[in-house]
Design a protein around this ligand. Sequence first.
Ligand code: SF4
Length: 157
Amino acid sequence: MNYHRYYPVDVVNGPGTRCALFVAGCEHQCRGCYNKSTWPLNSGMVFTQELEDQIIGDLQNTEIKRQGLSLSGGDPLHPQNVPAILKLIKRVKTECDNKDIWLWTGYLLGDLTNEQQAVLPYIDVLIDGKFVQELADPKLLWRGSRNQMIHHLHEKF
Ligand code: SF4
């Protein structure tokens, strides 16, 4: 998996203070996408074991307490990203106390393949659906267009 940005402290992508990772790779080609540079799977930088370890360490850090991890892109559920995302979120849920995981994807929850569905037990909140320019609304919280849905799957907070 490749990624474009990692913010160890983020306050705009999900509730509270968070870690936020923006991965590379998206096949949805939404008109009006403002992250076009993330579409190619091989764009950005390689997501290394060191960065995975850093994210776990940042989430465990008690000096700057994070509420959780946000995963966006690109699309974290691009089939080629799923194995690395699954490995990361399993670690978050076993090694980090009470951290929520929010994930943004262009796929619809009901259309996820078996491989993509494997992430769902670890995701607290899934925001799904392509960005549709005609339904865009800057007043929406956590989503860009009205067709996108916020699914609270396992939210404990
Ligand atoms: S899903 Fe997101 S990153 Fe992918 S094309 Fe649509 S708006 Fe862009």
